[in-house]
Design a binder for this molecule. Structure first.
Ligand code: HEM
Length: 202
């Protein structure tokens, strides 16, 4: 493969599976939290009505952004990843030898009671500007951090806002209650047998 072909494959590979899982979990959480869905619908209705979103609408779809961010807090698609120590270090009293691999777990940090009130609850309001002010930067890192952080970060959030808004403009999405949803820790954090929903035209 040529270099640019490799790059395209990386973008598709890194960008497709992650966004898919994040959106799957978003529909699951919305299905279990009808009051959030109601609030979300109100925002979409007032910002867009029936028309398709444009780039200029994205800043107005703030609650939509918060819903997606909160879904990735509870179910970060990349639930674990690693870094290699370039020199000796100490973290929380643990000696880290040079060149050792250190594992980071967004899934655990995102549910840590030191950083989050009622961590198991789906509450998008946590991500309003005012509620985010005092949160340590790395209490939330679904896209990693530092020099190697996800380059699709903003693209993924934009894509998700558009997809969530356009699906809800056309459909009521409810969970198939007979289908049990269970998290599976593969390379990504995915619903083992998918999330089954019933779509009804609005
Ligand atoms: C919800 C969607 C996504 C999530 C949760 C996600 C998450 C991540 C994470 C955790 C990393 C590793 C960061 C680190 O080591 O600090 C990463 C890297 C990367 N992501 Fe994403 N990603 C998403 C969407 C995308 C999209 C849409 C693209 C491209 C269009 C993309 C392209 C990449 C690439 C190329 C890297 C490697 C960057 C590097 O090593 O320099 N990702 N992503």
């Amino acid at each position: 493969m040529t270099g640019s072909c490799d790059e395209v494959m990386t973008l598709i590979g890194a960008g497709y599976e992650t966004t898919t899982q994040a959106l799957g979990w978003t529909w699951y959480l919305l299905g279990r939290n009808p009051s959030v869905e109601t609030k979300l619908r109100k925002e979409i209705e007032s910002v867009l009505g029936k028309r398709a979103p444009t780039f200029a609408d994205l800043s107005g779809l703030e609650y939509t952004r918060m819903v997606f961010q909160e879904a990735m807090r509870l179910y970060p698609p990349i639930w674990a990843f690693s870094r290699v120590a370039i020199k000796r270090d100490e973290i929380g009293g643990f000696y880290v030898p040079p060149k050792s691999e250190v594992l980071l777990f967004p899934f655990i940090t995102h549910r840590h009671a030191e950083f989050w009130d009622a961590p198991e609850e789906f509450s998008p309001e946590r991500f309003s500007a005012e509620n985010s002010i005092n949160r340590p930067k790395f209490a939330y890192f679904p896209f990693g951090g530092g020099a190697r952080q996800c380059i699709g970060n903003h693209f993924a959030q934009m894509e998700a806002q558009i997809i969530i808004a356009m699906v809800l403009q056309k459909f009521c999405v409810s969970l198939d209650e007979k289908h049990e949803v269970e998290a599976e820790t593969s390379v990504t954090l995915r619903p083992r047998n998918g999330v089954k929903v019933v779509l009804e035209k609005v």
